[in-house]
Design a protein around this ligand. Structure first.
Ligand code: HEM
Ligand code: HEM
Length: 125
């Protein structure tokens, strides 16, 4: 059961990779790099971090026990889909981007705190 739990992170990570890389290619073709911090964080939090979360849960299966890791998964996804459009909007001059980026960032670090808890709990013995 825990083995298949990690798969959801891998499935999410590859989708974020495809979207993030497409965004990069779009920036390169359009010669408008204005939203690069959103591209960068979509790939760093969506592709790299989600893949790491999944790999760590696969390496430390005890950390994936219980409901906390499930809450972590959904909080991390919700945080990312709020934060990234927020950063993109903020970098293209839309006032509503800042609050979205702020809420998404705080949710992202909250998700990381949950992850830290699950990893410490699951690797204590
Ligand atoms: C098809 C693949 C990709 C393309 C076409 C692409 C394209 C770009 C472009 C055009 C920029 C703006 C550069 C600038 O104006 O300084 C950029 C920045 C960046 N990208 Fe990508 N990217 C790709 C994949 C990735 C991946 C896989 C990651 C991370 C895992 C990544 C992380 C970053 C970062 C961190 C920056 C900011 C770099 C800086 O501070 O100068 N990119 N990318
Ligand atoms: C809550 C999570 C995070 C927040 C709030 C955050 C915030 C920021 C901010 C404000 C910048 C400066 C952007 C600018 O120049 O306009 C930045 C840059 C950067 N961050 Fe993050 N970051 C987060 C997570 C991460 C993670 C997890 C990674 C790597 C795995 C990362 C890697 C970078 C890199 C490479 C840059 C320089 C490229 C760029 O400007 O986009 N960040 N970050």
């Amino acid at each position: 059961m825990n083995e298949s739990f990690a798969n959801r992170y891998f499935r999410a990570a590859v989708l974020y990779a495809l979207i993030g890389m497409s965004w990069g290619i779009y920036m390169a073709i359009s010669e408008d790099h204005g939203t690069y911090p959103a591209h960068a964080h979509l790939l760093l939090l969506g592709w790299a971090s989600m893949a790491l979360y999944g790999a760590i849960y696969r390496l430390c299966p005890k950390a994936a026990d219980g409901t906390l890791p499930r809450i972590h998964f959904w909080l991390a996804q919700a945080a990312l889909v709020v934060m990234i459009p927020g950063v993109a909007l903020a970098h293209s001059g839309h006032a509503m981007g800042e609050p979205l980026a702020a809420v998404g960032s705080l949710a992202t670090i909250l998700a990381m705190a949950l992850f830290a808890l699950t990893v410490w709990r699951g690797t204590a013995a």
